[in-house]
Design a protein around this ligand. Sequence first.
Ligand code: GGG
Length: 356
Amino acid sequence: MTQRIAVIPGDGIGKEVMPEGLRALEAAASRFGIVLELAHFDFASCDYYAEHGQMLPDDWFETLKDFDAIFYGAVGWPATVPDHISLWGSLLQFRRRFDQYVNLRPCRLLPGIKSPLADRKPGDIDFYVVRENTEGEYSSVGGRMFEGTEREVVIQETVMTRHGTDRVLKFAYELAASRPRKKLTSATKSNGIAITMPWWDERVAEMGRRYPDVAVDQFHIDILTANFVMHPDWFDVVVASNLFGDILSDLGPACTGTIGVAPSANINPEGTFPSLFEPVHGSAPDIAGKGIANPIGQIWSGAMMLEHLGHREAADAIVAAFEAVLAEGDRAVLTPDVGGSGTTESLGRAIATRLA
Ligand code: GGG
């Protein structure tokens, strides 16, 4: 079975973790008889912007639309391109034009990693954040008036549609229904954001009628963040709007010791367009160039990509390989964020060796 994958490292540590993501993917592919046809692209990066004055070539949609999946690193290099230009010029275009309306972000405490929360062990933190990925607070509706004057006005609208909200809620309910605990938590702020959020709550309740076996609760986003820290074991599947989901899916992995291991899948569930797989972390300019970024977020995203493409066994093997390397705890191999003195490459190679 041949899989055509578009590989886009992007910026900063994206360029450092991508080779290790590919090393693991290739090891798994060779073990399970999957043929990977990789096409490498330098766009969707700030280096490309420096040369071309835009993040993407004009024909990017045509170029990418027939791949089976997109494997992405990270975006952003604020020293040369403002973050809103780089993000809106690349990743957000992919999510919108390829209708990747689900951003699925697992959050799990892995063996060998110490949670900053007291007395947590693997199994205690194991949930998914399902983030709405194409609308909500990430809207381009708004503008500035009277710029630079005393009367300056800035407006940005939140856009929620019934179509867009119901489809991500359906995905979240189905995921919850498929898991042993069958529990869904909705992130809201319907006391303060008194138009869109009460409506979101209504859609959650309405969709819930189709899933009587799923237990549903909801929290305002402020106390929900507190409960991620105090009671991460309460959560199974958490569904949230675009912005709330983004925040929760950084906080969740931080509670598991490091955001460096967190993966994500930007999914177009209908398969009309390719889905995109990337670590949750960004380009991390503070550590870029040092060769110490944890590659597991990229590697785990590769496992999610294989699972999405129907290669469950290969995906499970990748997860088992990085769990085994973490559990072994060899400091010389592990990256500094998980207590080691090793490098991106030493950790990536150890995982690929396990897979061979
Ligand atoms: N690998 C993901 C990445 O580069 N993220 C940068 C970022 O800030 N993303 C914002 C978002 O996911 O909304």
